[in-house]
Each structure stands twice: as structure tokens, then as C-alpha cells.
Design a protein around this ligand. Structure first.
Ligand code: KG4
Ligand code: ZN
Length: 336
């Protein structure tokens, strides 16, 4: 059978990325231009700034991706692009470019759900991974517990009722005076801090539901910091970080294991930026080995936003017969 070459574009937040893939699992190039340094001084992503930077970068990044893959425009079989969820102005830059390329080449255009893209990063990393499996998608914008029934059918089982897991990391880091993005910094500090130093709440852990909630935990950290300041007592940042992280990952891990057991999954896959968290990976591996469940996660580059994961998802959509037309629009609030 003929190889399918996919050109993929991702611009949903603050990374301008373009990738070239062969058959959905083999990455020929994956160029990621991060705007993190630009947004750091604002303490978070500024949507208007993100859109402008995407426009400045997009053509350069596409050219780099083709060059590194040693592929010409004429070699491309399908064009995949993130259609949502994400920042509307940022998404529009990627969609407009993808439409122009698909139109000029007269090739199929495939709109991709960013959250499914995060899950598909696992197909690139683990060449023999096949559905069904249980998946925890944890990023700056999303917290979803998912049962992957096929390459295109992702069943939503649980979600956050308020803040996303990564958002909680970022907000707690900010209250501790740590730089953006907070997740990696808290992860690092947690290695030296004591996770049992402060007894923060484990939200929704006892509930039967598979939903999550992190805003109460964030408030508990803020209250703790205020009380300590009022009492004039020293705040050990490492201990706060470790205790907070422990509370988050215990809830994430217990609910994910519970679902995997309920569905008889032999594999759990992690996805999204927070899947880079060492504490989360470790605890899940410990709990998984007790239950005979294998834990998989993508390399750090494939955990955070990138176009390769979008290309993988576009490929699987395409071979299952799904494609978009040039009327494709952005869907900032797209669900799984
Ligand atoms: O997937 P991603 O790049 O963007 C979204 O789609 O949201 O995820 C970014 C999020 C940020 O909230 C960041 O703090 C978090 O992932 N993150 C981490 C770690 N690395 C990135 N959170 C915890 N531990 C990490 N090591
Ligand atoms: Zn993402």
C-alpha cells in the first residue's frame, strides 16, 4: 500500500507548530516554535499577542518542517489542522494556512480535535499501541478521563468541573511567586519537598463519579499561605509544592485506575502537558503494576502542544473516511 504523507499544523495556544508524518505514526519532522518567553512577563498567555506571533511565524515553520522532512508540497497527501478547542484568533491562523495549502494542492483537509490529538501522541511514541485503552488527558486547558474504544472513538467518562489540572499547577505556582508555566517548576521542587508536610484536601476522591475539581484545592493552598503569613511563620515553598502536587496526582491516579479496572483495560495512556509530571508518572506506574496494568506516556516534547500529534490524529480520521471541506471553521469551545 502507498504511504500517506500528512502535513499538520497546530496553533491553538502559544506554540506555532508544523509537522510532516508518514502513515500516522512515523514523524519525519516536528517543528515547534514556543512563545513562552514572550508570554512569561504577563504571567500567562495573552491571546492577541499569540495570534500576531503565529502570523509572523507560520510560513517559516511550515517551510522548516518540509525541509527537515525532505518533502515537497507535491508529496503531501493530506493536510491536518487543529480546529479547536483553543484561542479563536490563534486557531484561525493555522486553519487559514491549512485551507490555503489544501486548496492549492487539491488535497483533503482534515480538521482535528486538539484533545484527541494529545491522545494520539501515544500512537507516535508507542508503535504497537492499539485501542482499547484508558486515557487521562491533563493539560493547561483540559482534564479528561477517556476510554479509547477505537482510533477515532474516544468516550468521555470524566472531566473537571472547574479548573484544569495544569491550570491549578500554574495558579498555585503563581501564588508561590514561581514563574510561568508553573507545572514544571512545581514538579522539580516536589522532588526535594515533603509531600506529607501539609494535608491539603483530595477533592472528589470519595465520590462515585469520575469528575474532578481543582479550584477548592487551589483555594486551600491560598488560605494556607495567607494563614502562615498572618502568623509570621516561614513558608517552605518546596513542601507546599510537594504537598499540593501529591493531592492532585492522588486524585488523578485513583480515578484513572478505577476506570481502567472497571473497563478491564490492560493499558493506561497519559496525555497532555501535565503528563510530563514525574510524580504523576511514578505514582501511576506503582499503582498500575499492582493491578497488572501497563502505563504509557509520550516523551516530554510530544506531551506538550505540537503538530505531530495533530498529524497522527488527522491520519486516523482520514483512513476512517472523515474529512472536512474548505468551509471548516474554528471551534474554540470544542468538546472531546
Ligand atoms: O498540553 P499543553 O502544552 O497545553 C495545553 O493544551 O493546555 O499543557 C500545558 C500545561 C501547563 O499548565 C503546564 O504548567 C503543564 O502543562 N505542565 C506540567 C508539567 N509540564 C507542563 N504540569 C505539571 N508537571 C509538569 N512537569
Ligand atoms: Zn494542548
Amino acid at each position: 500500500e502507498k504511504d500517506i504523507i500528512t502535513l499538520a499544523i497546530e496553533t491553538s495556544c502559544d506554540e506555532t507548530s508544523c509537522a510532516v508524518l508518514k502513515n500516522g505514526r512515523e514523524v519525519l519532522s516536528n517543528i515547534i516554535s514556543s512563545q513562552i518567553e514572550i508570554h512569561r512577563k504577563f504571567g500567562g498567555v495573552v491571546p492577541e499577542v499569540a495570534s500576531r506571533k503565529h502570523i509572523e511565524n507560520i510560513n517559516i515553520i511550515i517551510e522548516k518542517a518540509l525541509k527537515e522532512a525532505n518533502v515537497d508540497f507535491k508529496d503531501i497527501d493530506i493536510v491536518g489542522v487543529t480546529r479547536g478547542p483553543g484561542l479563536v484568533g490563534a486557531l484561525l491562523v493555522g486553519i487559514s494556512s491549512a485551507k490555503a495549502i489544501a486548496y492549492a494542492l487539491d488535497k483533503p483537509l482534515i480538521g482535528v480535535n486538539h484533545i484527541k490529538g494529545h491522545i494520539c501522541a501515544n500512537y507516535i511514541e508507542h508503535k504497537t499501541l492499539e485501542p482499547p485503552f484508558t486515557c487521562l488527558v491533563v493539560s493547561g486547558g483540559h482534564t479528561y478521563l477517556v476510554q479509547a474504544n477505537s482510533y477515532t472513538d474516544y468516550e468521555l467518562i470524566g472531566r473537571t468541573r472547574d479548573d484544569a489540572a495544569g491550570e491549578a499547577f500554574d495558579k498555585v505556582a503563581r501564588s508561590l511567586g514561581l514563574p510561568y508555566p508553573g507545572g514544571p517548576v512545581i514538579d522539580k521542587l516536589s522532588k526535594v519537598g515533603n509531600p506529607k508536610a501539609i494535608d491539603f484536601p483530595r477533592p472528589c476522591l470519595e465520590e462515585n463519579s469520575y469528575d474532578f475539581s481543582f479550584s477548592g484545592l487551589k483555594t486551600a493552598v491560598l488560605n494556607y499561605l495567607n494563614q502562615m503569613k498572618q502568623k509570621g511563620e516561614e513558608i517552605v515553598v518546596e513542601d507546599v509544592a510537594a504537598s499540593f502536587q501529591q493531592a492532585v496526582i492522588e486524585v488523578l491516579v485513583e480515578k484513572t485506575i478505577r476506570l481502567a479496572k472497571e473497563r478491564n483495560s490492560k493499558t493506561i495512556a497519559l496525555a497532555g502537558g501535565v503528563a510530563a509530571n514525574k510524580g504523576l508518572r511514578n505514582l501511576l506506574e506503582i499503582r498500575g503494576s499492582k493491578e497488572g496494568i501497563e502505563i504509557k506516556y509520550p516523551s516530554t516534547t510530544l506531551c506538550t502542544d505540537n503538530a505531530a500529534m495533530i498529524g497522527s490524529c488527522a491520519y486516523f480520521n482520514y483512513i476512517s473516511g472523515q474529512s472536512s471541506d474548505l468551509g471548516l471553521t474554528v471551534e474554540p469551545n470544542l468538546e472531546l
